[in-house]
Structure formats: C-alpha cells, structure tokens
Design a binder for this molecule. Structure first.
Ligand code: SF4
Length: 697
C-alpha cells in the first residue's frame, strides 16, 4: 500500500481558510483533518469540511459533460464528450461575440476562494472576449466600502490576538457556525477572564454562549454605534491623545453624536436605554483601564440598506478609545486587504480591448434577476445572451429568486455551468461541465479571516472526466483561437503569480517553499494602527470622509434606516409585520454541503424560527407547517417556536437548495434586489414578511 499525506487548503467561503492534511492511499483519499501545526487551524476542521471526502466521492458528482435534452429548468441531460461540449460552447460564444461580446456574462463568486480556480484563467478568457464585467457584490462589498472610507482598507486585528482581549464584542455574526477558529480564540479569552458580548437580533448558538446578548432590531446596528459614541463623548471615555494624532474630523463627529442619546438609540434599536449606557460604558471603561477591547464584526449586519454606514460607524469606535494601541484591540471585519494580490497578473485586464462604440459594461451580480430579463436598450446595452456560471449557484443564492429563475428560463439564453453537482442552477444549463473539487487540483489561497497564505496541493486524480476550472477555460481559449502566451500558463505558473513576493508583508514569500510547508504568515505589525498609519487619503482614521462627500454620501457617521421595517415603512409593515433574516445554517456553507446526506439529515428540512408571542398570535405551534410570504414570493417551512429570535423577527437558517425543499423554494423567494447605501450590495436581511399556519391536508 502506498500512503502519503498531502497539504491542502479549505476552499470554502469562510474566513478561517483552514490548512488541511489529506491522507491518500493507493490514489484514494481516506482521511482529512486540520493541520495541527497551522496556528489558526490548530488541528480542527468544522463539521462540514470534516465530511469533505463524503462530498468528494459523492455518488451524485457530475463526472462528464452534459447537454440539455429537456425543457430549461427540468434538469434533463444527456452525457456528451468534452470535444462536443467545447465545440458547442465556442461556436455559441463566437456567434454572440460577433454581434456584441458584452452580451456574454461570467457569473462567479466564492464557491472556491482559490486564486487559481477562481478568477485567473477565467477572467483572462472573459477579458479577451470583451465580455460584460461582473460586479461581485453578493456578500461583502457594503462593509468593505464602509471600512475603506473609515480605516482605509479591509485590515484589522489579527485573529490570533483575540485571546488576549479583555472585552470582545461579537457584532453581527455567529462564529460557531461561520468563523469557528475565531470562536476558539474568543473562548480562550473568556477562560482568561474576558467578557464576551453578542450583538445580534437572534440568539444564535454563539449569542447563547456569550455572557451578554444585545438583541437589537435588524438593520439598526449603525444607530447602536452612534449611541455608544454619544456616551463615550458625553462621559469623556476617550483617548484624546490617539484622537489628536491619528484621527480626522473628531469635532464634527462630536456634534453629530450629540443627538444620539441613549433614549433615542434605544427607541431606534428596540432595546432599553440602560442597555445602551451599559454597553458603551463597558467598552469605554475597559479601554480607559488600558485593557484591550476588540470587536469582531461580521457580514450579517451589512446586509441591509444602511449596511455600509453601519460598518463605518462601528469601525470608528476603536479610534475613539485608543483600542488600536493594543495587538488585541481594534476591530476585524476582514483581513482581505492584508494580502498583496496581483489581479493584474492573474486576470490580465490588459487583454480587454476597449471599443469606443461599445463602452465596457458591468452587471451587478446582486441584480441578476432583473438584468437577465432586461431587453437591449441604449442605457443597458445588449440583452444578456449567454451566462457562464462557475463557483456560484445564483438560482438558489441571488435575491428575489423567482425572477432569477425566470431569467434563466429564457429559451434564447445560452447557459453553461461548471459544477460538482446538479445544483438548482445546473437545472437551467444548456451545457454542464464537470469541475474538480479541492482534492483534485492545485490552488493557493488568501483569506479574509487571518493572515496566512495557504497552499493546496492536488491529493487525488480528477474523478471521472472532471477538469479544473483553469483547464476548462484554457481549453475554451484554445477553441476560440486565443493565442496569447498567458493562456498556456500551467496552474503552477498561475499559483506562482498570485501574490507579490518582496512586498512589505511578503518579504521572503516563495510559492515553492509555501506549497511544501503548506502556509506562509504575512509579515504584519502586531497592532497595525497603533501609531496611525491608516491607508486613507489623510493617513488617519477618518471620522469625516471627504471621499464620501465627493461620492454624494453623508461624510459623517449616520443612521440609514432599513427599506423595510415598522419604523421606516409602516404601511408595508401593516401587511407584512415580521422582519426576516436568513443567516447561515451551521451545517451548510452558502449552498455547498446541502446535498451531503449526513449533513442534511442533521438539519432535516427548512425551518422558520418564530418568537413564541408571534407564533401564538398566529395559532402556530412548534412543528407546524407554515408559509412565509410577501409581495415577492413565498416559502414553506417547519415552524420552530422559541425565544431565540427577538419578538417581531423570524429566522430562516439558510441556504437550502430549492429542489431539496418540499415546495421547491427557499428564503430568497422573499428577499429583494434593492441595494445597500454603498458597495451596491444586496439587502438580504432587510425584508418584511407575514407568516401563517398551513392547514394540515
Ligand atoms: S469551512 Fe471554514 S472552518 Fe470549516 S474547514 Fe473550511 S475554513 Fe475551516
């Protein structure tokens, strides 16, 4: 028997980007575990990815190319060879491109986070065609822009330092489900005496394990941050030396927050004024004692109309109290901008040939429902004639799902999907191409939760006729006659190009040694903004942002109410009185893993969690079948009645494959395509619904 251990990286859309060890015996992967030597992974994989072998060797893996033989959406396919698949796609794309290449649209996101199997060869291909560009907004762009306006970049506290904090605010996230290795650090901090406070409208698994839980109304986080600032200023709980040296616009901020009294904050957030006072004083007084106070923000809070501003307001707090002075202080939303990436080398935007008659067009992936249904016009440009989907599942994930499905149903739309499984989106494809999983290809990963580049070496041969995304686009480029040398780059060559060696953060970075060791930690100062140095135009933390003023935004921290809430839309709330959020189900990761039987068995079926008062008012008992609905759509679910959601809130843990739900629907039937204040992101958690019991038939 020939057994070896291969160093790999978890590819999924998770901030932890674990280093993994895969045991391979005679060409078959037999075990997978977290690398005990990787400081962030510490030998632990989450439940989902510990089942990665079940997913890799799943009997439903797509193992050869398929072509559609039934109506769109029916999922009826026949196997074809690679030659036929590639020739068909190339011929169709050449026909569309001859009319207008902007009618071709790539659609991709974080199905894999890898630099090689993500946007490398794929983007070279689409740039060379002159296809529409995709604005990849679906998860994180609102918060990312909020951070950039305020501290200059998505850079923050090192996750490994959180265990030394004395107070941690876990704001808008449920790390037990979606940031496990941060949670391990937070627990360590608690064992050393730290206080953990969860800020979340829902008593998640994490919130119930923190000492304190502030259950505010969804979409009001920006107001809570303003209220905290009010108390910090009113009570002098400030680090004036830090403010004087390293911030911009404090006097304007001081005036702005005067109006955000604890009572006004409490009224806006649906909590007690005493709770606002307590939280603000806890934060400010802990910092005044010279103890590290840290905030772990997550993306849940920015999925509302004012999501960018909410992140901005929270990002102001550490500078007010001087929390950045400590390695274990500050705030972390994402570490993504810490990595010196080279998209110019990976994606080759220079291959795009500008045509003044056809100005470049960008389609927002969050409004794909509307855009697939849009006819050609002077404003819009050509109707979308072809979509190539990879690393994404828009029929289940994009908002206002019924419209998305209607768009993909168009008979005149040519759709190609690169996938592992027959997802909801695959059902609408004309051609399906089998893609390799992480065990079957080479990749290299940055992350958004820690400071390591992690290498992925192939552990096993591709299953069936599956090919890496990079190879699929390499072959398509050949078929299209693209002869630029970059289309011949191997995956190894692409991995080597992914990061800048010799940058201040990667002085001794070298791909060959990284793939042998498995990872590389960036060379970052332990407290990135201890002495200012913010990558903003002023070099300071910008309470006042001139860039925001220039972009037509309020340049100071503000509160932007949700589109849909009892306070901001009372008419709508009379018909649809319950707010709905759809955060990640612990055993699913977006729509990955929903078809892994052992994980789906744990979840059973789609549930809708209701507060017991809201349930009683509707005659709903635990276990009843319920219907949630609004003007956009409806879904059926099994009711879970508890006091976990705050009153007035329902929670649909997600994201279910629609075809695996009894009614063929999921929570995105109810979400809207309206966008956030900045970053053009979706507002998945800015939704009003009504819920009723479904009579037993
Ligand atoms: S999903 Fe996250 S926690 Fe789970 S193995 Fe991957 S990176 Fe680690």
């Amino acid at each position: 028997m020939n057994t070896r251990v291969v160093r790999a990286a978890c590819p999924h859309d998770c901030p932890d980007t674990c280093a993994m060890l895969v045991t391979v015996t005679d060409g078959v992967a037999t075990a997978i575990r977290g690398d005990p030597d990787h400081p962030n992974t510490a030998g632990v994989l989450c439940t989902k990815v510990s089942r990665y072998l079940e997913r890799t060797y799943h009997p439903d893996r797509i193992r050869q190319p398929l072509k559609r033989i039934g109506p769109k959406g029916s999922g009826q396919f026949a196997p074809i060879g690679w030659e036929e698949a590639l020739a068909t796609i190339a011929a169709r794309l050449q026909g569309v491109a001859a009319r207008d290449p902007r009618a071709i649209l790539p659609y991709s996101y974080a199905g894999t986070m890898g630099a090689v199997q993500g946007e490398s060869m794929a983007m070279r291909f689409f740039n060379r065609i002159g296809a529409s560009r995709l604005d990849r907004t679906i998860c994180a762009s609102a918060g990312g822009v909020g951070m950039k306006y305020t501290v200059g970049a998505k850079i923050g506290t090192d996750t490994e330092q959180f265990e030394h904090a004395r107070l941690i605010l876990i704001w808008g996230g449920n790390p037990i489900a979606s940031n496990l290795h941060f949670w391990m650090r937070a627990q360590e901090a608690r064992r050393k005496g730290a206080i953990l406070v969860a800020i979340d409208p829902y008593r998640s698994l994490t919130a119930e394990k923190c000492q304190h839980h502030v259950a505010l109304l969804p979409g009001t986080d920006a107001a809570l941050a303003l209220g905290i600032m009010h108390v910090l200023v009113r009570d002098g709980l400030l680090d004036h030396d830090y403010i004087d040296h390293y911030t911009l616009g404090f006097e304007s901020l001081r005036e702005r927050v005067v109006e955000w009294t604890p009572q006004r904050t409490a009224d806006t957030c649906g909590i007690d004024a005493a709770r606002v006072e307590w939280l603000a004083r806890l934060y400010g007084e802990t910092a005044q004692r010279g103890e590290p106070v840290a905030i772990r923000m997550n993306y849940g809070l920015q999925r509302v109309r004012g999501g960018g501003m909410a992140v901005r307001n929270i990002a102001c707090l550490p500078a007010l109290v001087g929390a950045w002075r400590h390695p274990a202080g500050g705030v972390l939303l994402s570490s993504g901008d810490s990595f010196p990436r080279r998209p110019d080398r990976l994606e080759r935007p220079d291959l795009y040939r500008a045509d003044p008659a056809r100005p470049a067009r960008t389609i927002n992936m969050s409004t794909i429902g509307d855009d697939l249904l849009r006819p050609a016009s002077d404003d819009f440009g050509p109707a979308i004639e072809s979509v190539i989907v990879y690393n994404a599942n828009p029929v289940a994930v994009a908002p206002e799902s019924a419209k998305v499905a209607r768009g993909f149903l168009r008979e005149d739309l040519f759709t190609v999907v690169l996938e592992h499984f027959r997802t909801d989106t695959v059902d609408y494809a004309d051609i399906v191409l089998p893609a390799t999983t992480q065990l079957e290809h080479t990749d290299v990963h940055a992350t958004y939760g820690h400071q390591y580049i992690v290498a992925n070496n192939p552990a096993i041969a591709p299953l069936g006729e599956a090919k890496p995304n990079s190879e699929i686009f390499r072959l398509l480029a050949q078929r299209m006659g693209f002869d630029e040398p970059c289309f011949a780059d191997s995956d190894e060559a692409i991995a080597e190009q992914a990061f800048e060696a010799g940058h201040a953060h990667t002085r001794d970075y070298d791909w060959t040694s990284v793939k042998a060791k498995g990872w590389y930690k960036l060379d970052m100062p332990p407290a990135p903004f201890a002495e200012g140095g913010f990558p903003t135009p002023s070099g300071k933390c910008e309470f006042y942002s001139e860039r925001m003023a220039q972009h037509g935004l309020d340049p100071l921290p503000a509160y932007i109410p949700p589109y849909e809430s009892a306070a901001s839309a009372p008419e709508l709330a009379r018909t649809y009185p319950l707010a709905m959020i759809s955060p990640p189900q612990r055993n699913f990761l977006n729509t990955s893993f929903v078809n892994v039987q052992s994980l789906r068995d744990t979840e059973g079926e789609p549930h809708l969690e209701l507060h017991r008062v809201d349930a009683a008012a509707r005659g709903i008992r635990d276990g009843d079948r319920v219907r949630a609905y609004n003007d956009r759509g409806e879904m059926l679910a099994c009711a879970r009645v508890s006091d976990r959601p705050r009153q007035g809130l329902v929670v649909a843990l997600s994201i279910w494959w629609k075809k695996l739900a009894a009614d063929g629907r999921n929570a995105n039937e109810l979400t809207s395509q309206r966008l956030t204040d900045m970053g053009r992101a979706p507002t998945f958690y800015d939704v009003l619904v009504q819920v009723e019991k479904v009579p037993a038939s």
